[in-house]
Write a new protein. Structure first.
Length: 364
């Protein structure tokens, strides 16, 4: 087995990984090809060396052209949230009728898990990669930049994509919902969130900047920001996330206690908006006359609630679908497509923010 110690382009080789891990190159090759052939402890040692060196095997795109698989690696942060169920539905619809095989990885909102899955998927020589979000850590980004296949980031927008990005601006969406609430006549507008990721922070920044421009910003009306891992399917049963209807009711109570003048709230997701509506009903707070409620993502239940709930529509299915279509074009040799695709968003104004009574009874 002839293993060069250094590629001509300066990137690390399997021999470099072997030296870092303190094992033979053949052992590294075996572990990368089939991790079950080595012990768990040794696999972790080799994985650490791979991450430290930003090593991805066989990355020469031309050499790999004839041995690429039909696998498309798709990484999403959750399999239990409807947001990403819609994204995956779009991915599978986009792949329909092609030879592409979708392989899904769940990062659980963890940078370390995302990094691990990227390395694992790239070792399978995929036809392409689809990644949710644009905030990959430096090691993950380095691997994806060297992947030798199309890489498409989705559900966000950036001026500096790894390869191609298809999504929308969460910052502009936050500005748009703030303007809607102001135009509807609300003056003491809060923000409700159980936890935050980079996309949530973009929404908050847009809301905050717009409120400051209007002279309406009040820090008392912003829930304490917790950035990090949410309570999700890997947590033990019985734990309650604030990003739920029950959690939203508690957070709303806290905000009203801190600032009784609050007359509207933008919720980080639709589930929390429902919780706010339930708490308002319990307290006898009239919606929309005394209090406005807006959510984010615009699930079907928002239109079915009473009063119907305003929200920001996010192009979830479209993101997955357009990502696969763009990848199929690239794999067919068409490089003419744009690298930045803004799918936009829509403010869906409904009964919960109709303070001026502009909507008809049918729309309510």
């Amino acid at each position: 087995m002839n293993l060069r110690s250094r590629r001509t382009d300066g990137r690390p080789t399997i021999a470099d990984v072997a030296r870092r891990a303190g094992v033979g190159a053949i052992t590294v090759s075996r572990a990368l090809r089939d991790p079950s052939q080595v012990s768990e402890a040794l696999r972790r040692t080799i994985d650490d060396a791979v991450r430290e060196l930003n090593y991805v095997p066989n990355l020469n795109a031309r050499a790999l052209a004839s041995i690429r698989t039909d696998i498309v690696g798709v990484l999403v942060p959750s399999l239990t949230q409807n947001i990403f169920s819609d994204v995956l539905r779009g991915v599978y619809d986009g792949a329909d009728g092609s030879s592409l095989q979708i392989q899904v990885g769940n990062t659980h909102y963890s940078e370390d898990e995302e990094e691990r899955l990227i390395g694992q998927m790239l070792r399978q020589k995929p036809a392409g990669m689809i990644i949710s979000g644009t905030d990959q850590n430096p090691r993950s980004r380095a691997m994806l930049e060297s992947a030798g296949c199309p890489v498409i980031q989705i559900m966000d927008i950036t001026d500096d994509p790894i390869d191609t990005v298809i999504g929308f601006s969460h910052y502009e969406a936050g500005r748009a919902i703030a303007r809607h609430l102001i135009d509807a006549g609300y003056r003491h507008i809060g923000f409700l969130s159980g936890w935050m990721n980079s996309r949530s922070l973009g929404r908050l920044a847009g809301l905050t900047d717009t409120l400051k421009e209007a002279g309406m910003y009040n820090p008392k009306l912003i829930t304490p920001i917790v950035t990090g891992e949410p309570v999700h399917e890997r947590k033990s049963p019985g734990k309650t996330s604030f990003a739920t209807p029950v959690g939203a009711r508690k957070l709303l109570s806290n905000l009203l206690e801190a600032e009784p003048r609050m007359d509207a709230v933008f919720c980080n997701n639709d589930v929390m908006a429902l919780g706010v509506l339930f708490e308002c009903l319990k307290r006898g707070i009239r919606v929309p006359e005394d209090f406005g409620i807006a959510g984010f993502n615009d699930f079907d239940i928002m239109a079915a609630a009473h009063p119907s709930l305003s929200s920001v529509y996010s192009p979830r299915w479209e993101s997955g679908y357009e990502a696969v279509l763009a990848m199929r074009r690239r794999l067919d040799g068409d490089e003419s497509g744009p690298r930045i695709v803004d799918l936009g968003y829509r403010v869906m104004a409904r009964g919960s923010t109709d303070r001026a009574g502009r909507l008809t009874s049918a729309e309510l």
